[in-house]
Structures are given as structure tokens and as C-alpha cells.
Design a binder for this molecule. Structure first.
Ligand SMILES: C[S@@+](CC[C@H](N)C(=O)[O-])C[C@H]1O[C@@H](n2cnc3c(N)ncnc32)[C@H](O)[C@@H]1O
Length: 223
């Protein structure tokens, strides 16, 4: 798939991506500046065909992008649900390595193998373990475990994106219909919520950089 074909595919479906459109665009723009081969590792695969606005169809988007970059570019994905990996297999190309299993264990084993084989991952997309917005702890703990499993194979420029991680802050209504941030000091500053809550805390504690935050959040500089 040529560059024009990838972006013409992306433009065809981008409006269906809803809150994720802007951040998927940022991901691909970032990857455009990275050298071949582009290696993408994802947790939580495409599980429902054509569900662009609900989940994002990430595996399909990454597959198309890796095909357009070619030169050994490849996608790896893992999901604990065999129904999800079966659907994913039907939608994406053979250039996607699909594994059924727990993501933390998978990433731990993949890290050892990639270290030995000197395979450099360009981008990790962490999107397993659905978040319960009223009780996000199990999901954000799981995503922190995923980050722990890949820590040894993160480079300065490796992009790590966690889905379902918008910014939250404390708001007040000073004027009718307008929400403003409550001054910091009285309340904590805005931070990342959802699946990426603890990944962000770890990033800030260790000097990594928040590259952007839309509905998804992305960091670089973990090592
Ligand atoms: C939000 S969906 C992924 C959506 C997909 N990234 C997309 O854009 O279409 C989350 C997936 O994570 C999977 N999951 C939940 N716990 C997991 C775990 N411990 N290891 C691997 N996958 C897990 C679920 O089975 C589910 O299919």
C-alpha cells in the first residue's frame, strides 16, 4: 500500500473515528518521521467488525499503516478473548501477528525475545482491559503492568499510547454555560484519567514526556 493509498484510506474512514480521529492522526504523523521498519505492538485487538466509533478498529488502521511503510514493517497484537482474536484474524492481513492470551505475560515474553533479536518497537498501543469509568483502578493498574513488562525495550523515541485516557480537571461554572478550571492549589491540577492514569503518574515521576492528550494520551522518553 503506497503512502497516498494509506492516507486516502484514512481520510475515507477518519470521520467515523469520532473522539479518536485527532489522536490517531497524531500517531501516524509521528510514525511518518520514524525510520523503517515500523514495528507496532498492540494490546486489545479489534473485536467487532466496522466498529470505528466505539472501539476504534486500531488493528486494522495499524495493519494498513504497516503495509504502506512495508520494508519489514509489522504489527503484533494480543487479546485474552479468543472470539476477539478470531474476528481480528478475519479483518486484518497476514502481516499482523495475533496471539490469544494475557497481555502482561505476552509483553513480558515479547520483550525478552525482542531484546535478544534486537527488534526495536516504534510504537506501543495499550488498549486491553475495558475501563469502568466509575471504578477505573483495575484497568489502570493493568496498563501500568503492561508498561512494566515493556520498560526494558522502550527507547527515547518509542511512542506509547493508551486509549481511553482523556484529561480530567476540577471545574466551576463562573458564567452560565461556561466551565472554568478551579484555581490549582485549592484542588489538584488536571491530569490523565481512565486507562492511562497510573502510566501518566509513572511517566511524570520518571521524566517521560506527555506528547499529547486527546481522548487517547501518548508519551515518549520513558528511557
Ligand atoms: C477496547 S477492546 C480493544 C479494542 C481495539 N483496540 C480496537 O480499537 O478495536 C479491549 C480488549 O482487551 C481485551 N482484554 C481484556 N483483558 C485483557 C488481558 N488481560 N490481556 C489481553 N487482552 C485483554 C478484551 O478481550 C477486549 O477485546
Amino acid at each position: 500500500m503506497s503512502e497516498n493509498n494509506f492516507y486516502s484510506f484514512f481520510e475515507q474512514i477518519s470521520s467515523k473515528l469520532g473522539v479518536r480521529e485527532r489522536s490517531f492522526r497524531k500517531i501516524f504523523n509521528y510514525l511518518d518521521k520514524m525510520p523503517d521498519p515500523i514495528i507496532i505492538v498492540e494490546t486489545g485487538c479489534l473485536r467487532i467488525k466496522d466498529n470505528f466509533s466505539g472501539d476504534g478498529q486500531s488493528t486494522l488502521l495499524f495493519d494498513k499503516y504497516a503495509q504502506h511503510r512495508s520494508n519489514g514493517s509489522k504489527v503484533y497484537t494480543v487479546d485474552i478473548n479468543p472470539d476477539a482474536t478470531k474476528i481480528c484474524e478475519e479483518v486484518v492481513s497476514k502481516n499482523v501477528s495475533i496471539t490469544t492470551g494475557d497481555s502482561v505475560k505476552y509483553l513480558n515474553e515479547l520483550s525478552k525475545k525482542f531484546n535478544e533479536d534486537k527488534i526495536k518497537v516504534s510504537f506501543f498501543y495499550l488498549d486491553s482491559f475495558d475501563v469502568d469509568w466509575r471504578s477505573p483502578e483495575p484497568s489502570c493498574e493493568h496498563h501500568l503492568k503492561e508498561l512494566t513488562s515493556i520498560k526494558n525495550i522502550l527507547y527515547k523515541d518509542t511512542l506509547v499510547v493508551v486509549d481511553d485516557s482523556p484529561i480530567i480537571g476540577y471545574l466551576e461554572q463562573r458564567k452560565e454555560g461556561i466551565l472554568d478550571l478551579v484555581p490549582f492549589g485549592l484542588v489538584p491540577k488536571p491530569t490523565i484519567s481512565g486507562k492511562g492514569t497510573l502510566v501518566h503518574q509513572y511517566a511524570m515521576d520518571t521524566g517521560a514526556k506527555l506528547l499529547y492528550s486527546n481522548y487517547q494520551s501518548g508519551w515518549i522518553g520513558f528511557n
